[in-house]
Design a protein around this ligand. Sequence first.
Ligand code: FAD
Length: 543
Amino acid sequence: MQRYETEVIVIGGGATGTGILRDLSIRGIDATLIEKNDIASGTTGRNHGLLHSGARYAVYDLESAQECIKENKILKKIARHCIEDTGGLFVTLYHDNPKYHDLLLERCKLAGIKASEISPMQAMAIEPNLSSHTLKAVKVPDAVIDPFRLTSSNMIDAVERGAKIFTYTAVNKIITSGNDSVGIECINKKNEKIEIYANIIINAAGIWGQHICEIAGIELKMMPSKGSMLIIDYRTNNIVINRCRPPADGDIVVPGDTVSIIGTTSKEIDYDKIDNCNVDDDEIDTLLKNGEDLLPNIRRTRGLRAYCGIRPLMAVSGKVKGRKISRGIVLIDHKERDGMEGLITIAGGKLMTYRLMAEKTCDLICKKLNRKLKCTTHKLPLPGSEKKIPAKQTIKHFSGIPASTVGSTFYRHGQRVHNILTKDKKNYRLICECELVTEGEIEYAIKNLNVKNITDLRRRTRIGMGPCQGELCAYRAAGLFNEYNSTSPEESLKLLKDFLEERWNGIKPVFWGDGLREIELSYWIYQGLFGLGDFGDSDTEEN
Ligand SMILES: Cc1cc2nc3c(=O)[nH]c(=O)nc-3n(C[C@H](O)[C@H](O)[C@H](O)COP(=O)(O)OP(=O)(O)OC[C@H]3O[C@@H](n4cnc5c(N)ncnc54)[C@H](O)[C@@H]3O)c2cc1C
């Protein structure tokens, strides 16, 4: 049994947990994060990626709306390489109630969100694919945020400042002394037991926070709400399009990198189903129908994959249900609520309020540790976002390397592009043509970004996330694991198989037309040509 000591243990490597780890390490507090899979593999990696302006919540949840606009402005400064500042529109179609448009404008003003009415003609000039049935439109400062890049950047900064991260390590016991929690027991993929002792344990396990409380002997009731999303094969819109009506299924289309995402649905599910959730056929139908109402050209696109996530919501009042549950932040000091010193739960909120959640949590930690240390994360840019440098300048710096390759590496890693690209041809040869991922980027990720398999590599680089879904790049990536991670050929084959299985889970729900033809081709390449099915069993755990 390995045994460690630290000041603070953070359970959960989503945006919230890595945000807390970064905040603590900046304040100079020794901390260790434990994540049972990879970072951003929970709800953080299964959402819409919308950097809300707050307009979506302005009508029903003013507090959340105010939090959103404040964080929206902060993140646009400190995490600029994770954000595409697209802007957003709220669109009233001819059969929507126009009164909601007026209400939205009024409430946005109250929340401090800059929302301006524009004519349908102006809206269509901004977004030419918008429905011609647009009656009214409001422009808001929505944007798009990449959850993987954001989480990874928080991890990089924390680790560079001395924090520790254990991935693929699950917490299965909270060690107590009397009434108080003093440590955790966890188990890693090699079945090794690890004990870590600390003054404070942070439960940032999102929807799994209920389970963490259970193993600490405390009751905490989460309200799991499943949301499904559909990715289509190209960017149908260049700005975020929201339907101007009370929040409902399929009323947002978010552009993200090379694709667009239609979302979301909202279905309450039982807590014991949270690890076995699938996208239902009726959800795909609803998403397509409502997406097409906003952007009719969606009809001519191909569904790439569908996925779902579980909102880590906590109903403070038992009567509130579904979309009406507040997206507000819940911070629980279990000493005050349950008499257990040393355990704090942070839940609720949103991806885009992760920094604020971390700030509130770390302020409470400092109070408990009696340390007068102030939060500075609202001012300190994440690694990669330090300076506002135009892409053109970076492209010029790397003259000789194709501009598109430099541009996309810069887009994903910001100023860290200088740690990745070199003028050696092997470094910038393309491995993933859809997302323009180079061998240099893969080498950098494998060596520096806590990557254990090809799915982790996808989260750090977007390899396999484009239209071919890994068909033409997965085997090359597996080969590079062999080269840069000393993985044996057999292990590389297993990584390849696991990755293809993981991609397959998301493709299954959209299995028709051109998508079906594409997957048939992938099948023939990997099964027919490479005979991949002849090698051992896959044990992928992800949807
Ligand atoms: C459908 C949908 C759409 C959404 N869209 C948006 C959006 O557009 N914009 C936005 O801002 N927010 C959005 N959200 C909300 C946002 O995704 C979540 O609020 C946020 O990602 C939660 O992050 P987290 O770090 O708190 O939780 P998680 O990302 O779930 O992290 C918790 C982590 O804890 C780990 N864990 C659990 N148990 C253990 C254990 N025993 N040991 C070790 N580790 C453990 C899990 O593996 C997981 O990685 C959406 C949510 C959903 C479901």
